[in-house]
Design a protein around this ligand. Structure first.
Ligand code: FES
Length: 334
């Protein structure tokens, strides 16, 4: 156990030997800035003023050589070897409504969604609350490091966390999930994390944009929005993009929600429709969103999740259309 002290303040917290400086701060209720949790985004950079740390991911793209020379480190990838003194700006918006907890979970159900997306249902040993759209870090037996995946369901007393995950070709983690886990197997789960959660206090219309495993958090956000009294009757538009027709999914889950077809609308789009009988929208998610909603987007809460290129294209489109950043919600963890 190491003591982590924040320079220039009386803030101090403890970090377990196998925890990271950022995650331990969030567990302590502190607003340590972050986003991806896997070393990519760089949001969790801090100055290490005193003490020693071990870097979990030495090649993390979120930290440049220049950062490292200046004594900067990534909070999500730093495991303390001694007591430390750090410098960073804590921000209240990062304080967790439900601080992340590390525990074990059992695989209780699996179901196929498409040819390469499967839903894995886990039951936590100790139920923990989460906000719709948040994610967890899964620690899979025999797989080095952990992986971030978003929950597709909404918080529940049974402690069930469901993850809709797309198989990554030759991916160690999805290989383990799809081929190496059986019902009853146990894994490590750490969460909840993430800032792209449903803003249940906003009564704006909602637009959800998803591709690949991004299905999961967008389904969660839509499910929770449909159950939020303030949002009853507000319009929710859900665009899901795939490469071909066989990638398209999600409509059956939305169809179970009250308001589907009246105020909840589903718009699938494929980017490579040749020869598969597809007669719906063609193109990319951001193109369809711009085509259908360019006038409305600046007035909506916009949530999106999916592959990095999709995310970048959506961000550019939203900036070009003048959508206020405060109304845009996403976590990129690639
Ligand atoms: Fe640490 Fe993204 S690099 S949260």
């Amino acid at each position: 156990m190491a003591a982590i002290a924040l320079k220039g303040s009386d803030v101090q917290w403890t970090c377990a030997d196998d925890d990271t400086i950022m995650r331990s701060a969030l567990r302590a209720g502190l607003g340590f800035p972050y986003e991806c949790n896997v070393g990519s985004c760089g949001n969790c950079r801090f100055d290490l003023l005193e003490g020693e740390i071990e870097e979990l991911r030495a090649d993390a793209p979120g930290l440049s050589d220049r950062d490292r020379e200046r004594g900067r480190r990534l909070g999500c990838q730093s495991r303390p070897l001694t007591d430390c003194v750090v410098k960073l700006r804590l921000m209240p918006q990062y304080e967790s409504r439900f601080p992340p907890v590390r525990q074990q979970a059992e695989l209780i159900e699996v179901r196929d969604i498409t040819h390469d997306i499967r839903e894995f249902r886990f039951r936590l040993d100790k139920p923990v609350r989460f906000l719709a759209g948040q994610y967890a870090l899964l620690d899979l037996p025999g797989v080095a490091g952990n992986r971030a995946y978003s929950m597709a369901n909404v918080e529940n007393d049974a402690g069930e966390w469901h993850f809709q995950i797309r198989r990554v070709p030759n991916g160690a983690a999805t290989g383990k999930l799809f081929d190496g886990l059986s019902l009853g197997d146990r894994i490590g789960v750490d969460g909840p994390y993430g800032m792209a959660y449903l803003r249940a206090e906003s009564d704006r219309d909602i637009i959800c944009l998803a591709g690949g495993s991004g299905l999961s958090p967008m389904i969660s956000v839509t499910r929770a929005a449909a159950a939020t009294p303030l949002l009853a009757g507000r319009r929710i538009d859900f665009i899901y993009g795939g490469r071909t027709a066989r990638d398209i999914c999600g409509e059956d889950m939305l169809a179970e929600l009250p308001g589907f077809g009246s105020n909840i609308h589903y718009h699938p789009v494929v980017s490579a429709a040749d020869g598969d009988g597809w007669d719906g929208h063609c193109g990319f998610v951001h193109e369809l969103a711009g085509k259908l909603f360019s006038d409305r987007l600046p007035e909506c809460e916009v949530y999106f999740a999916g592959p990095p290129m999709m995310g970048q294209a959506i961000q550019k489109m939203l900036i070009d259309l003048g959508v206020p950043p405060a109304q845009v919600h996403f976590d990129q963890f690639y």
